[in-house]
Design a protein around this ligand. Structure first.
Ligand SMILES: *Cc1c(COP(=O)(O)O)cnc(C)c1O
Length: 218
């Protein structure tokens, strides 16, 4: 696999979408390595990529340990079970994207010895198979976490776009995510956009995109 070429192509597309949105907009790229081997992560690192995202605590643990010599920045993206909280905290992720309830936030808050940066995951379309908070509850929950969980430093929200070919439908979801984001106090990270829809997400103000298959798929 030609990682340099893939990464360069991706960065050019992100850059084009970013400039179309605003010259003053900054977009971070998290390379989603859930289906990648340590060798592939290392190859992408050699091309300049630093931030990687995993979906499962156990995989994150294994990869972070075998690659600990590298200055990587790890993001936790997948649904978190409460019996994995301690293990996750031990790993000190740069950002947890998948905080999906007040009770999970409180469980983390009780166990965290130092602050954890996190995003509230919102399920804009309320798809049953998707994790994340109902958008009607998101604003209130965001405030509740801020007020009751001093160890959780909320930075914004994470949204997964609809699995759809219909651009208009994707745009509507990202538009609603953006409107919610704009109502949050001091929020700075709007994590949305994956391989199939990151350009649309950036057009709606995403400033962190999570891209896996465009970088790693065979
Ligand atoms: C797998 C995954 C991604 C990356 O998806 P691709 O379509 O492979 O780019 C992004 N975010 C989350 C939460 C994921 O689970």
């Amino acid at each position: 696999m030609d990682f340099k070429k893939r990464l360069d192509t991706l960065i050019s597309k992100i850059e084009k979408a970013r400039l179309a949105y605003s010259r003053h907009h900054v977009v971070r790229l998290v390379a989603v390595s859930k289906n990648a081997t340590c060798e592939q992560i290392q190859a992408l690192y050699a091309c300049g990529q630093r931030a990687f995202g995993e979906n499962r605590v156990q995989d994150y643990y294994t990869k972070a340990h075998s690659l600990q010599a590298l200055p990587l920045e790890w993001h936790m993206l997948g649904p978190l079970q409460s019996n994995k909280i301690n293990k996750l905290l031990e790993l000190k992720p740069a950002l947890l994207h998948s905080l999906h309830s007040l009770s999970l936030a409180q469980a983390i808050n009780e166990r965290a010895k130092e602050p954890l940066k996190a995003l509230l995951q919102v399920n804009i379309t309320k798809e049953a198979q998707k994790s994340g908070l109902n958008p009607e509850l998101a604003l209130q929950t965001y405030h509740d976490i801020m007020q009751t969980c001093p160890q959780i430093h909320l930075q914004g929200i994470m949204v997964i776009g609809p699995h759809s070919e219909d651009t208009r439908q994707i745009e509507q979801v990202f538009q609603r995510a953006r409107e919610l984001f704009d109502q949050l106090p001091n929020a700075k990270t709007l994590s949305m956009g994956m391989s199939a829809d990151f350009e649309i997400a950036i057009a709606y103000g995403a400033n962190l995109v999570r891209v896996g298959s465009a970088l790693f798929a065979c």
